[in-house]
Design a protein around this ligand. Structure first.
Ligand code: PEP
Ligand code: MN
Length: 346
């Protein structure tokens, strides 16, 4: 829909608009009002190049799209009946929990193994854990492929599927070969379209899931959904959206908690939403409240950093991992809140 900043387009202006729109295979239909006229684009109005050309015309105020640019992720798309499953469990049926250490220490495999058993016992469905880490400081621990063997051993012992972050094509290949069930795209790579495409291609014929974190500086809700569209358009629709706090931070927290984005995502897309309160608030003592807030906002689940001995962990664990007893309490309260939410759904 073209909304001009003049009352009505002159014949010359209308011709210019019509030429652009017809070049993209659509037509223009004038809707004449008493004071002002607007112009409908009849056909496919999703083409960004067409919209940019129209927006560049000095007499065009705005172009509003009725159709969503994310064709597959849209709540009205035929994929909306798709249900994402991880470890044989369908997301959306009951609250779903990812839990585990921030970073897997290859030198202390027992810590991960012990934590894996403890998060399972607490009710987690997926064991999360970083093998390769996106660190702001290049001198900090960057990861080690040996950690992947530890993660997969923990998976074998507990029967839990695993989620781990991949940052490049090599990680992707190694993680898939090792049998990782869910690939994490971190906040720093959420807008790395080349990586999103590589992941989409690599998992096109598999049932692997992707946990797509919300980017540190992502603004519009649509930007997040469109990042998921990059993966899904290549054939695998098993994408889970993961808000995890954005920047600038809310003073005192690690990021600006963004669980309130959940209803906005739910209005526009069918994809399950699993909130990460750990990176959002960045401190173990704040995690339970942020976790429950996310469930209250309608999240399908949570991704929580947990360690049997947070102080012995590496990466974020000493400050933001909760212990398994706290995780257990969060899970039980989240389930209770979920029941209340579903009982009073309107
Ligand atoms: C993590 O999950 O440990 C992590 C680094 O997440 P994010 O990309 O959200 O910072
Ligand atoms: Mn972390």
């Amino acid at each position: 829909m073209i909304i001009p900043n003049v009352n009505v387009l002159s014949d010359e202006q209308l011709k210019e608009v019509t030429d652009i729109v017809t070049a993209f295979g659509s037509k223009v239909m004038a809707i004449k009002g008493q004071e002002r006229s607007i112009y409908a684009i009849v056909g496919d109005e999703r083409n960004d190049d067409m919209v940019t050309k129209l927006e560049g015309l000095p007499y065009v105020g705005r172009v509003d799209r009725i159709q969503s640019p994310h064709k597959l992720m849209d709540i009205r798309a035929s994929l909306a009946t798709h249900r994402v499953k991880l470890g044989g469990i369908e997301l959306g049926q009951e609250p779903f929990f990812f839990a585990g250490p921030c970073t897997i220490d290859p030198k202390n495999p027992n810590l991960t193994i012990e934590t894996a058993h403890a998060v399972k016992e607490a009710g987690a469905h997926v064991l999360r854990g970083g093998v390769w880490k996106p660190r702001s400081n290049p001198y900090s621990y960057q990861g080690d492929v040996k950690a992947l063997h530890v993660l997969m051993e923990a998976s074998r012992q507990t029967g839990l599927p695993v989620d781990t972050e991949v940052m490049d094509e090599e990680h992707l290949k190694i993680a898939l070969e090792a049998g990782a069930h869910c690939l994490q795209v971190g906040a720093r790579n959420a807008l790395n379209y080349a990586l999103l495409r590589q992941i989409g291609q690599a998992i096109a014929d598999r049932d692997t899931c992707v946990l797509l974190k919300r980017g540190l500086h992502m603004g519009p809700v649509q930007e997040f959904i469109s990042a998921a569209e990059y993966i899904v358009q290549l054939g695998n629709p098993n994408v889970i959206l993961c808000p995890r706090g954005t920047q600038p931070t809310l003073d005192g927290y690690r990021n600006h908690p963004d669980e309130s984005i959940v209803p906005l995502l739910k209005e526009r897309t069918w994809a399950p939403v699993v909130v990460d309160p750990s990176h959002s608030v960045g401190k173990a003592t704040y995690v339970p409240a942020a976790a429950l807030a996310a469930i209250a906002y309608g999240a399908d689940g949570l991704c929580i950093e947990c360690n049997v001995h947070p102080n012995k962990g590496i990466g974020d664990d000493p400050k933001q991992a909760v212990t398994p007893d706290v995780l257990k309490r969060i899970i039980s309260q989240a389930r209770e809140l979920w029941r209340i939410r579903h009982a009073t759904k309107d």
